[in-house]
Design a protein around this ligand. Structure first.
Ligand SMILES: Nc1nc2c(c(=O)[nH]1)N[C@H]1C(S)=C(S)[C@@H](COP(=O)(O)OP(=O)(O)OC[C@H]3O[C@@H](n4cnc5c(=O)[nH]c(N)nc54)[C@H](O)[C@@H]3O)O[C@H]1N2
Ligand SMILES: Nc1nc2c(c(=O)[nH]1)N[C@H]1C(S)=C(S)[C@@H](COP(=O)(O)OP(=O)(O)OC[C@H]3O[C@@H](n4cnc5c(=O)[nH]c(N)nc54)[C@H](O)[C@@H]3O)O[C@H]1N2
Ligand code: SF4
Ligand SMILES: [Mo]
Length: 692
């Protein structure tokens, strides 16, 4: 019997990007553990990935190529050979490209965060064919844009400093579910006497374990940050020296926030004046005492109309009180901006046909765009979609339209998947992809500062192939002869990072594979002496870039599209705000088909406040229908004051086929976009609820 331990990486879209140790016995992965030596993983995995072998060896894994034999969406397929699959796809794409290659569209996101199985060979192929580009906005683009205007690249406080903070504000995140290894350090800070505050409309698993929970109305965080700035300035809880040296536009900011009195903020956010004052004073007075404060912003604040502005406003706070002076102080949205990637080498934009027209489709409006006919403004109707690392029929907003688009007989759809997801049901050709245990990859992270290598632990299951291998085969079949189409997965992985940079030059791909991980060489306190990557090199309270982009150059409040205050007419018919944040045992729509994890979540639920429930004659356990003009879905009611009055919460993202009505929360979400970055507004939704 042979037994070995292979160094791997959790591939999922989670800030923690854990280092894995995979035990392999006689070619079979028998255990997946967290690497005890990797500082952020510290030997611990979440329940989802601790059960990873259940996913890789799941009886429903797709093991060979298939073609559709039933109606679109019906999910009826017949086995075919790889030769037939590849030649069918190549000839269809060639025919479409001969008319207009822009009619071809990729649809992919972060099913794996690996850079090889993400946008490498796939991008080379799509660039060479001259396909439409996909703007990958579905998760973080609004917040990322607000951050960029204010602080520059997404670099924040090192998560490994968390335990040294004295005040931690968890702003729009539920780390017990979605950022576990940060939460562990929050617990350590708590034991050392730190105060922990959650800002969240919902009393999430994490919020209920904090010292204080401030339950703002969804989409009003920008106003709360303006109110904090008002109080900090009025009560002179400021670090004047930090402001003078490292910020731009303080005088204009001061003018702007005058109008954001605690009273106005309290009524906008649906909280008390004391909560506004208390939060600002706690933040400012701690700083005066020289104590580090950390704001862990998360993406929960940005899935609304003014989501970019909300992140921008929050980003102004640490500079006002000089929190960046401390290694454990400041703010963290994402650490992704620290990584030095070779995107051009991986994706080869130079392969795009010279002189050919380009087009970019926003993945958050795929519902409308699949249904759009050819026109001079839009360009050609979309005739082919190649889906990998994503499940658009379940995860994209306004999902009735998405499904309608994929149901079109005129659309040629290829899906690369591990399982027969809701999207796979619409495929013309369904291809089996390898999982992380079966292929090579290399990873950056968005919650820590380590470059990570994933070695293949076992051979591909059945006839599965890696995404990169599938695109290599397509390139050959279509006749692309550039040498870059010969790069194997290991050669691709070697190109992912630039190892000549100050932050990376201590390592290289060969060493990374062997050791598994390596930390970026960056200072502990990145901005103690300024050095922001904005145009001015300072924290930009005033942003000329924003003015140039047609935005308010100063922090402001942009109300939700859909709230009873901002849209009272809609609010009359649909009086409840709905949010649908991640469920603990799923990762977006991944793992919903792993029975042990699905059983823990039970079935689709809707949490609603006792008074809202009573008004509708709803009791816990009743089936309810949640609806608006876009659509409806059913869920089992849980009557609980975890949801504030006027708010309903449907933890997500369920596969439609596991719900009694074959629908999920995205039936009611909208395709309206955020104020900046073209992001989706999943948490900016009004609905009505009735007993089903
Ligand atoms: N277990 C698990 N982990 C995950 C995921 C998952 O699906 N499951 N998804 C991964 C992905 S793709 C991402 S992007 C991250 C997301 O990670 P986070 O951005 O941390 O998202 P959540 O953990 O859902 O936290 C969002 C919280 O924001 C709250 N919220 C909703 N609207 C508002 C608002 O307007 N203001 C404020 N202040 N709060 C609001 C919700 O109630 C929820 O508790 O997590 C990743 N990790
Ligand atoms: N209502 C609502 N909707 C949301 C959100 C929300 O909070 N509420 N969150 C949004 C956010 S933040 C995000 S990031 C998106 C996420 O949306 P997606 O990025 O689509 O994420 P998943 O639903 O996890 O689907 C990923 C798919 O990729 C597949 N996959 C994984 N690895 C590989 C691989 O190596 N090869 C191939 N071919 N396939 C692979 C998995 O099997 C899975 O089916 O959802 C968004 N949608
Ligand atoms: S999903 Fe997140 S917490 Fe779980 S193993 Fe992966 S990286 Fe770690
Ligand atoms: Mo995400």
């Amino acid at each position: 019997m042979s037994s070995q331990v292979v160094r791997a990486v959790c591939p999922h879209d989670c800030p923690d990007t854990c280092a894995l140790l995979v035990t392999v016995e006689n070619g079979v992965a028998t255990e997946v553990k967290g690497d005890p030596d990797h500082p952020t993983t510290a030997g611990v995995l979440c329940t989802k990935v601790a059960r990873y072998t259940e996913r890789t060896y799941h009886a429903d894994r797709l093991l060979y190529p298939q073609k559709r034999v039933g109606k679109k969406g019906e999910g009826k397929f017949e086995r075919i050979s790889w030769d037939e699959a590849i030649s069918t796809i190549a000839s269809r794409l060639k025919a479409i490209a001969a008319k207009n290659p822009l009619a071809i569209l990729p649809y992919s996101y972060a099913g794996t965060m690996g850079m090889v199985q993400g946008e490498s060979m796939s991008a080379r192929f799509l660039n060479k064919i001259g396909a439409s580009f996909l703007d990958r906005t579905i998760c973080a683009s609004a917040g990322g844009t607000g951050y960029k205007y204010t602080l520059g690249d997404r670099i924040g406080t090192d998560v490994e400093q968390t335990q040294n903070a004295r005040l931690i504000i968890i702003w729009g995140g539920n780390p017990i579910a979605s950022n576990l290894h940060f939460w562990t350090r929050v617990q350590e800070a708590k034991r050392k006497g730190a105060k922990i505050i959650a800002i969240d409309p919902y009393r999430s698993l994490s919020a209920e374990k904090c010292h204080q929970h401030i339950a703002v109305l969804p989409g009003t965080d920008a106003a709360l940050a303006l109110g904090m700035m008002h109080v900090l300035i009025k009560e002179d809880l400021l670090d004047h020296d930090y402001i003078a040296q490292y910020t731009l536009g303080f005088e204009q900011l001061k003018q702007r926030v005058v109008e954001w009195t605690p009273e106005r903020v309290a009524s906008t956010c649906g909280i008390s004046v004391e909560e506004v004052l208390g939060l600002a004073r706690e933040y400012g007075e701690g700083a005066k005492r020289g104590e580090p404060s950390l704001i862990r912003m998360n993406y929960g604040v940005q899935r609304v109309h003014g989501g970019g502005m909300a992140v921008r406003n929050i980003c102004c706070l640490p500079a006002l009180v000089g929190a960046w002076r401390h290694a454990a102080g400041g703010a963290l949205l994402s650490s992704s901006g620290g990584f030095v990637k070779n995107s051009d080498a991986m994706e080869r934009p130079d392969l795009f046909p010279a002189g050919q027209a380009q087009r970019t489709i926003n993945m958050s409006t795929i519902g409308d765009d699949l249904l759009r006919p050819s026109s001079p403004e839009f360009g050609p109707q979309i005739e082919a979609v190649i889906v990998y690392n994503s499940n658009p029929v379940a995860i994209a907003p306004d999902s009735g339209k998405v499904a309608q688009g994929f149901a079109s007989e005129d659309l040629f759809t290829v899906v690369l998947e591990h399982f027969q997801t809701d999207t796979a049901d619409y495929a013309d050709i369904l291809l089996p992809a390898t999982t992380q245990l079966e292929h090579i990859d290399v990873h950056a992270a968005y919650g820590h500062r380590y470059m990570m290598a994933n070695n293949a632990a076992v051979a591909p299951m059945g006839e599965a192939k890696s995404n990169a291998e599938i695109f290599r085969l397509l390139a050959k079949a279509i006749g692309f002869t550039d040498t870059c189409f010969n790069d194997d997965d290991d050669a691709l992985a070697a190109q992912a990072f630039d190892y000549s940079h100050e932050r990376t030059k201590h390592t290289n791909w060969t060493e990374l594979k062997e050791k598994g991980w390596s930390k970026l060489n960056m200072p502990d306190a990145s901005f103690a002496n300024g050095g922001f990557t904005t145009p001015s090199g300072k924290v930009e309270f005033f942003s000329q870039q924003m003015a140039d982009d047609g935005l308010d150059p100063l922090p402001t409040y942009i109300p939700p599209y859909e709230s009873v205050v901002s849209n009272p007419q809609l609010g009359q018919r649909y009086p409840l705000a709905m949010i649908s944040p991640p469920a603990r045992n799923f990762l977006n729509s991944t793992f919903v088909n792993v029975k042990s994890l699905r059983d823990t979540e039970g079935e689709p639920h809707l949490d609603l406040h006792p008074e809202d429930a009573a008004q509708r004659g709803v009791a816990s356990g009743d089936m309810v229908r949640i609806y608006n003009d876009r659509g409806s879905f059913v869920a089992k009611a849980r009557v609980t004051d975890k949801a504030r009055r006027g708010l309903v919460v449907g933890l997500s993202i369920w596969w439609k086929k596991f719900a009694s009505d074959l629908k999920n929360a995205n039936e009611v979400t909208s395709q309206q976009l955020t104020d900046m970055g073209g992001g989706p507004t999943f948490y900016d939704v009004l609905v009505q609820v009735e007993k089903a």
